[in-house]
Every structure is written in structure tokens, then in C-alpha cells.
Design a binder for this molecule. Structure first.
Ligand code: 5RP
Length: 225
């Protein structure tokens, strides 16, 4: 029988449990796939020291299981970061931020020795950009940044209605892109004053992609440069 989308998420999340090391602190992302991961962390609550979380939503879910959530400033050795993505290309460069948690996600991903990304097969694309690119922006710069992003990318820029991030900022979504040079675009958009974080994870891509498919979980390792 074909597994439901929820069952595929549960399975791919279960596969990520194998990357956890006893007595370590685990970096945890945000989203429905990560929720499926957190929901299976219960038996690990006494085996790990705790977690660093990328959002208030994930923090609440972790704490409900009795898992200690550390401030990143108090952790020197973050071995692993586990998170979902909105898109992944064959180089394991990602679009993230569908859940508006991209800034903290990027900070925790950058701090971890290894980034394991958990997705279903619909998230794998040859070229990033089908999913609107999220950009977190300081509110006072919203319109200026929107104009600049449209000019730089040629995409259609819209404000994500009613969303305020955990950092008190807004999200602009850029549609209609075909991102053939993600690292360069990430670097360029990072320079726009008012941009807090670009939802491209190319300077720090995933190291391992676990993909939930109808037939099980596929593991893809990042190709060497
Ligand atoms: C949140 C994210 C999520 O990882 C991304 O949106 C994927 O979410 P889901 O697992 O619900 O599909 O980047 O900011």
C-alpha cells in the first residue's frame, strides 16, 4: 500500500534518528517534517543532553517532551543539525523559510558540524526557484527591499500577509525564479540593506539529504565540489 504523506514524513524522520549521538546536543529545525522528528525523540530524552532549537514552535514541542533546550550561546559543540526544506537541488543547496524560521535555521545550521535534511520526494528539484524564495526583512525596509529584490532578480515580490517572524521581522516571497547560481545569488541578496536572511542555503548546504519515498527512505550525500 502506498504510504500517506504523513507516514512518509514519519519514516524519513525516523531515519534521521540514526544520526543522533548519545550525550550530545542536537540542533533542531522547524516545520511539519521536523515535528514528525521531534515526536519520535521521546525515547531519546534521557540519552541526549538536549537541543538547540530554531524556533519558538520547535522549542515548545521539545520542552513538552522534557527535552532541555539550550541557548546556542551556551553550546560549543553542536555535532548535528536536523531540519526540513522547501526545495533541494542535486548539490543539496536548499530553499528554506516556508515556515518563516529561516534566520534561526541558518544560524543553527551554520553552527553544526553536519546538516541532515529531511524531505519528501516532491522537494527535490533540478533547479531551485519553483518554490517562492523567502527573504526575512527589517519592517522599515520592506518596500525598499521589495523594489531592490525585484530589480536584482526579475522575480515578483510579495509580502507574506500577517506573518511576523520570531525576530520581529517580515517575510518577502520572490516568485518566478530559476536559480542556477544559488551561492552567488545568496551572497548578492545578503548585501541589500534591510535584508536579514535570504532563504537560500547554498553557502551552507545540507551534508546529507534523507528523502521519504513510496518505497522507503533514500539517502543522498552531498557531492564533492
Ligand atoms: C521553515 C522551513 C521548513 O524546513 C520548510 O518550510 C519545510 O517545512 P515542512 O517540513 O513543513 O514541509 O524552512 O522555515
Amino acid at each position: 500500500m502506498t504510504p500517506t504523506p504523513e507516514e512518509k514524513k514519519r519514516r524519513v524522520a525516523a531515519a534521521a534518528l540514526e544520526f543522533i549521538v548519545d550525550d550530545s546536543v542536537v540542533g533542531i529545525g522547524t516545520g511539519s517534517t521536523v515535528n514528525a522528528f521531534i515526536d519520535q525523540l521521546g525515547p531519546w530524552a534521557n540519552r541526549i543532553r538536549g537541543a538547540v532549537s530554531s524556533s519558538t514552535a520547535s522549542t515548545r514541542r521539545l520542552e513538552a517532551l522534557g527535552i532541555r533546550v539550550f541557548d546556542l550561546n551556551d553550546v560549543d559543540d553542536l555535532g548535528i543539525y536536523i531540519d526540513g526544506a522547501d526545495e533541494a537541488n542535486p548539490r543539496l543547496e536548499l530553499i528554506k523559510g516556508g515556515g518563516a524560521a529561516l534566520t534561526r535555521e541558518k544560524i543553527v545550521a551554520q553552527s553544526a558540524a553536519r546538516f541532515v535534511c529531511i524531505v519528501d520526494e516532491s522537494k527535490r528539484v533540478p533547479v531551485l526557484g519553483r518554490f517562492p524564495l523567502p527573504v526575512e526583512v527589517v519592517p522599515m525596509a520592506q518596500r525598499a527591499v521589495a523594489r531592490r529584490l525585484a530589480a536584482l532578480t526579475g522575480g515578483q515580490v510579495t509580502l507574506r500577509d500577517g506573518v511576523v517572524t520570531d525576530n520581529g521581522n517580515v517575510i518577502l516571497d520572490v516568485r518566478g525564479l530559476s536559480i542556477t547560481a544559488p551561492r552567488e545569488l545568496e551572497c548578492e541578496l545578503n548585501q541589500v540593506p534591510g535584508v536579514v536572511t535570504v532563504g537560500l542555503f547554498a553557502a551552507r548546504p545540507a551534508d546529507v539529504l534523507l528523502v521519504g519515498t513510496d518505497d522507503g527512505v533514500l539517502r543522498v550525500d552531498r557531492p564533492l565540489a
